[in-house]
Design a binder for this molecule. Structure first.
Ligand code: MOS
Length: 724
């Protein structure tokens, strides 16, 4: 049996608040947490498979050109070597890892340094790695490949362009104006678990354990790459050690392991080295962003301009969506927004941790701080004065909007001093101390999702969907939603995820996972309640379930009478998507100290206040916010991909040289969740939270650096050499 809900209107008949179990929203620990921290949760490369051969990828050592010949004989007699796989399918489909269209690479064409071109398979990993190093490859190199956006003419992404009113006129007549240009460097996703796959082929069907975010989409990608029907492929990703965008799409290790397993008729494991993950998996594009803000004497925006230049490989469809929240965050009648893409030969640019806002918001919110100083008003007050009633471009109402509350509650909890501000007001020894703030905003997305919920004769429930848990808490929140709806303790709800044999969901990405897959579980449970209510002889709305029984009546075990009762929930976003602008909002506050002699910045304390609809689990939601704020510190101070200008190879291709924040860099963080219900965002009234915490936070730090030290910087990350 199945139930379908296409959301065309705000969901006012939502059940979750009137249920009796009381588990929704509770700060429960992740159900798989113990297995993970005790090393008993198998990640992709760890599934026990008998007779598994080991594959190591070989990567290109030219920037652009063609492969003339791969000399397999150069390694086939080395110890343990079984085969060299140089099937053209390896280079035609899988390079991207973006949830977009197929890449334009043709077979045996190299378009960036480090592109995977072959797989060496051997009995042991060491033998495969040794042979991979010795494989002789002949290239025909095409010199002069552009590596930096300044070397080429950029293409305007015309569907991103907005022109309303007359920005130039608004700028020239404004009481106050700001015209500044920011830059951000490329970022790596930097998930802990490297990309890995074990493929098994039984002559007819392929089973692949891999580390992936979006199985529903990944199975199509893999089947297409291999020329198989989808029903001949099964993907399993039960535990994923971080995604951050890098596992939205399949990458070469998954395709290569599959090709090898099919050719050799033996299981094959491929694990990328840390350096390969950095060099082959997509990057976040660097950006250059010009911000133009025109304001009246009171700081009300009359003009808003945001132009961005990003890059990608020739033919790729993805362009870092820098302007995403700029379209609706602040009102102004005269608007000009434009996104340009430069075609260069670095690895594919794709979705990395809050694509768009993670770099767009730090530029916008830095410029807002400059404007606050020009106008001479408190930066919190400047934001409050510019919150639009409705979406300023589309004219649509917001589904819900907690920016003002987040600014106010955040300022109060942080102890924000709204008095007159100027730089270099406080010095403690060799450190300048200052504070800064910024708004947070991130678009809210949802996607079609299916989940099956089965009530078992013993009174427990089973939830099945191909949705993944990439460390975010999916296992736990789906148990909470089902438990709440069915009157069960979460210990009695088994959640089985990450297997394409289950009903399909949208996967984990774009912060849509919880609200989409949670809504599918909700729809299934509502249908189960209908059936139970009819057995009891009451209306569904009158059915009170708690602790495994009808309150004051029969137990679920009795109601089920020895039989399974199953429902598949199918949630689809409907017309409501065209009726509202939906986004999560928030505010960041930071205190930093800047060393007078070395230019080193340390974050003393940081606070984020966020409004993102219903909080499904106060612990996992808070952890998402903490993670986001932590990434904000990286974006502000340390993270930058550095490419060799000679050939575009990535210089800092490991976690020692590419510096993500570590414990030493992260002070006590405070998170305030501004509780709200958003009936238009999803049937469970929740919005995305995964990425909001890094959408603007870097600007709070940048603005604090200025307040502390007087260094007004426009280039992220703000490393000591720039601060001095
Ligand atoms: Mo996210 S960068 O959409 O996984």
């Amino acid at each position: 049996m199945s139930a379908h809900l296409k959301q065309d209107e705000p969901d006012t008949a939502n059940r979750l608040d009137s249920m009796k179990q009381g588990v929704i929203g509770k700060p429960l620990s992740r159900v798989e947490g113990l297995a993970k921290v005790t090393g008993t949760a198998p990640y992709a490369a760890e599934y026990p498979v008998d007779g598994c051969a080991e594959g190591v990828l070989v990567t290109a050592t030219i920037t652009r050109g063609e492969i003339v010949r791969i000399d397999k004989d150069s390694v086939l007699d080395r110890p343990g070597v079984i085969a060299v796989i140089d099937d053209e399918r390896l280079t035609t489909r899988a390079a991207q890892g973006t949830a977009n269209e197929a890449p334009q690479q043709s077979p045996q064409t190299v378009c960036y340094w480090g592109q995977p071109i072959a797989l060496v398979v051997a009995e042991t990993f060491e033998q495969a790695r040794d042979a991979a190093k010795h494989l002789v490859v002949e290239y025909r190199e095409e010199p002069g490949a552009p590596l930096f956006p300044a070397e080429v003419e950029a293409e305007e992404q015309e569907d991103e362009t907005v022109r309303q009113g007359d920005l130039a006129q608004a700028m020239s007549t404004a009481a106050h104006s700001v015209d500044v240009t920011y830059t951000t460097k490329g970022h790596a996703s930097a998930a802990m678990e490297p990309h890995a796959a074990i493929a098994e082929w039984d002559g007819e069907k392929l089973t692949v354990h891999a580390s992936l975010q979006m199985l529903n989409y990944n199975i199509t990608e893999l089947a297409d790459s291999l020329g198989l029907e989808e029903d001949k492929v099964r993907l399993v990703s039960r535990f994923v050690g971080g995604g951050f965008g890098s596992k939205l799409g399949i990458s070469e290790e998954t395709v290569a392991a599959s090709l090898a397993a099919m050719e050799l008729e033996r299981p094959v494991r491929v694990v990328m080295s840390r350096q390969q993950v950095f060099q082959c998996i997509m990057r976040r594009s660097e950006t250059t962003q010009r911000l133009r803000l025109a304001a009246d004497a009171d700081g009300r925006l009359t003009g808003f301009g945001h132009e961005a230049l990003v890059s990608n490989l020739p033919g790729e469809t993805f362009a870092e969506p820098v302007l995403q929240s700029s379209h609706f965050l602040y009102g102004a009648d005269n608007r000009e927004l434009m996104l340009n893409v430069a075609r260069i030969h670095l690895m594919t640019a794709g979705s990395v941790r809050a694509p768009g806002e993670a770099v767009g918001m730090p530029a916008l919110e830095g410029a807002m701080d400059v404007l606050a100083e020009e106008v001479g008003i408190d930066p919190v007050e400047l934001r409050l004065r510019n919150i639009p009633e409705d979406d300023p471009e589309e004219g649509l109402p917001f589904s819900s909007h907690k920016l003002a509350e987040c600014l106010r509650q955040g300022a109060e909890a942080f102890g924000w001093d709204a008095g007159p501000r100027k730089p270099r007001m406080t010095r403690e020894g060799e450190w300048w101390v200052g504070t800064g703030m910024a708004s947070a905003a991130r678009v809210h997305n949802v996607g079609e999702a299916k989940a099956r919920v089965t009530l078992k004769p013993d009174g427990t429930a089973l939830v099945e969907t191909d949705m993944t848990d990439i460390g975010t808490g999916t296992y736990t929140i789906l148990a909470q939603i089902a438990g709440e709806m069915l009157g069960l303790d979460t210990a009695d709800v088994l959640v089985d995820l990450g297997d394409t044999r289950h009903p399909r969901g949208p996967g984990s990405g774009g912060s849509w996972g919880a609200s989409s897959s949670g809504s599918a579980v909700y729809v299934a449970c509502k249908a189960l309640r209908e059936e139970l209510a009819s057995r009891v002889g009451v209306a569904e709305t009158e059915l009170d379930l708690a602790n495994g029984q009808v309150v004051g009546g029969q137990t679920l075990v009795q109601l089920l009478g020895g039989e399974d009762l199953a429902q598949e929930g199918h949630y689809e976003p409907g017309a409501i998507e065209d009726d509202f602008t939906a986004a999560g909002f928030g505010a960041f506050f930071a205190q930093v100290r800047v060393n007078h002699y070395t230019g080193e910045t340390r974050v003393d304390r940081m606070l984020g206040a966020f409004g993102f609809g219903r909080v499904l689990n106060r612990k996992t939601a808070r952890s998402q916010c903490l993670g986001g704020i932590t990434w904000s510190i990286g974006a502000a101070l340390t993270e930058a991909l550095e490419f060799d200008p000679r050939d575009g190879h990535l210089v800092n291709c490991d976690l020692a040289e590419y510096h993500v924040p570590v414990h030493r860099d992260v002070p006590d963080l405070e998170v305030i969740m501004v509780e709200e219900r958003d009936p238009a965002a999803s049937p469970i009234q929740a919005k995305g939270i995964g990425e909001l915490g890094m959408c603007g936070g870097a600007a709070a730090i940048a603005n604090a650096i200025y307040h502390a030290s007087g260094a007004r910087l426009f280039d992220y990350p703000m490393t000591p050499d720039r601060v001095l």
